[in-house]
Design a binder for this molecule. Structure first.
Ligand code: SF4
Length: 223
């Protein structure tokens, strides 16, 4: 089982990473994007996992009655070819549902996971207006759009998430992101928090006021 994917972090229980669920979170190493505001620089730049998956899954299994599911996050989990086998292992050993956090850059992987019934819910990052992806991250917005359309047509439970970074984007960008996501989709705005960022120039960056965002985007969830 070890070696399917590099596991670089483990949170035994979380109440906020899957709405309505009590769930542990597994963090996989590596990411193909380089969001300047990323808080997980250590994980993103790491290639080798240093945690024992067998022990983690046994721990989760032993707490099954008190848990609602397992969240697989990153880094970017979908860059790993072993992800389908990994999710299958999690479900098999723990008997719990799974949620995937993804930047949406690999719609082909997402399609396989949904097709094989390996994920029960997805959180999809929408980083920017589609055309602005190359300005903000090392990624192709068209691929993320494809992932969004796939989720919409799949019937699977999903939410979209945007980190709002005032030094990199403005209200017009947020409005455009809302339009491209569509009014029917759940949209979570995550206010940027300075302090620890992949790009050091944002360490003291501007933190937005969550209250302002709630007023300006009442159809979003700000958290
Ligand atoms: S914020 Fe997410 S997608 Fe961006 S670099 Fe960090 S882990 Fe990757």
């Amino acid at each position: 089982m070890s070696g399917l994917v590099p596991v670089g972090g483990y949170l035994p229980v979380s109440f906020i990473d899957w709405t309505g669920h009590v769930a542990p979170v597994l963090f996989l190493c590596g990411c193909n994007f380089r969001c300047p505001y990323c808080h997980n620089a250590d994980l993103v730049l790491k290639t080798e996992g240093d945690l024992c998956l067998e022990q983690i899954l046994e721990d989760i299994k032993s707490r099954n009655p008190f848990l609602d599911g397992v969240v697989v996050s990153g880094g970017e989990p979908a860059i790993h070819e072993g992800l389908p086998a990994f999710l299958s292992e999690i479900r098999g050993v723990t008997g719990l549902d799974t949620k995937l956090d993804t930047n949406g850059s690999r719609p082909s992987m997402l399609r396989s996971l949904i097709g094989e019934g390996l994920v029960d819910a997805v959180s999809l990052d929408v980083k920017a207006p589609w055309r602005d992806y190359p300005r903000l991250v090392k990624g192709d917005g068209m691929k993320v759009m494809e992932s969004l359309e796939l989720l919409k047509s799949s019937g699977i439970s999903f939410e979209t998430r945007t980190t709002y970074v005032p030094d990199l984007m403005d209200m017009a960008d947020l409005r455009e992101i809302r339009n491209q996501i569509g009014a029917e989709a759940i949209w979570v705005i995550q206010p940027f928090r300075p302090g620890k960022t992949l790009d050091g120039s944002l360490v003291n960056g501007t933190a937005p006021d969550p209250g302002d965002l709630r007023i300006l985007f009442p159809d979003s969830i700000v958290r």
